[in-house]
Design a binder for this molecule. Structure first.
Ligand code: GLN
Length: 278
């Protein structure tokens, strides 16, 4: 085995399972140190300078504190695009790619007016602006830091998204009209914290993750109520949801008069996304 991979695995022993340490090693060597496949698998020699060794050791200390490797590398892929990420935004997840995929397959007509609520890194609005023909995409987030990251991700992926700093829990009735509202809002209840890994709990922004135990649907009900006025008739609402609250979310949407409600599972078989029509 490449001696540097061996060194990384050894340094991470006890912190990560062996297989995970091995993938982290390969990821770092390729993404941070620019190793080619040949260099990685030992067919070709690649020396490691003093400076690189120091940089690697700094990274390994961060990994020993369970900082997500995406924050260390500074980027994450999402729907075939690359996104800058830092501690102000949630790392884009594959489940969210599935939601984006649903929207893209469902909405082929050009010129959709789309509102994304809780933009974070901007993964959802950027992917939609990129792949929905001639869409006009607006995105809200409460966090100025997240909006700065999202703005950089718009430029990085050469799309136009109207980014606005707004707290969806506070917005007043407005005249805007949208064909699609999408959101992956905070949905983890405080009591679920116990089940979470330290790389999420200690590093990803709490603001993006948590809701009070007694209000698991806080954002969903608010957005659905708002949708009743700012979605055009026949307009569609798409949510990523907490897998524990599929039935409750469906019921809430039905109570508010939405129809065509569809609950879908993610690739792991968990209730994960919902569509509803105004
Ligand atoms: N929309 C972003 C994402 O899906 C951020 C979500 C959030 O911060 N809750 O990754």
């Amino acid at each position: 085995m490449n001696p540097i991979i061996h060194y990384i695995k050894q340094t991470l022993q006890g912190y990560y399972p062996d297989s995970e340490a091995a993938s982290l090693a390969k990821l770092l060597l390729v993404q941070v140190f620019g190793f080619s496949v040949l260099e990685l698998y030992g067919g070709k020699d690649r020396s490691f300078s003093e400076k690189e060794r120091k940089q690697l050791d700094d990274i390994l200390i961060r990994l020993q504190k369970y900082e997500p490797v995406q924050y260390i590398i500074g980027t994450e892929g999402f729907y075939g695009l690359s996104f800058e990420v830092d501690e102000h935004v949630l790392i884009p997840r594959p489940e969210t790619e599935e939601l984006v995929d649903w929207i893209l397959k469902d909405n082929k007509e050009p010129g959709c007016r789309v509102l994304d609520i809780g933009t974070g890194s901007g993964c959802i609005p950027v992917a939609l602006a990129k792949f929905l023909p001639e869409a006009a995409v607006t995105s809200w987030d409460i966090s100025a830091e997240a909006l700065r990251v999202a703005g950089r991700n718009c430029r990085r992926n050469e799309v136009n998204v109207k980014l606005e700093q707004r707290d969806v829990l506070q917005v007043v009735p407005m005249n805007e009209q949208y064909d699609i509202i999408v959101s992956n809002p905070p949905y983890i209840t405080e009591k679920e914290k116990m089940t979470m890994e330290p790389n999420v709990l200690d590093w990803e922004p709490s603001l993006a993750l948590f809701v009070p135990n007694e209000k698991p649907l806080l954002f969903y009900s608010r957005i659905a109520e708002l949708g009743a006025s700012i979605l055009c008739p026949g307009g569609k609402l798409y949510f990523e949801i907490n897998r524990e609250y599929g039935a409750e979310t469906v019921e809430m949407l039905a109570r508010l008069g939405y129809h065509g409600i569809e609950l879908r599972k993610d690739l792991s078989g968990n209730d994960r996304m919902i569509k509803a029509i105004r």
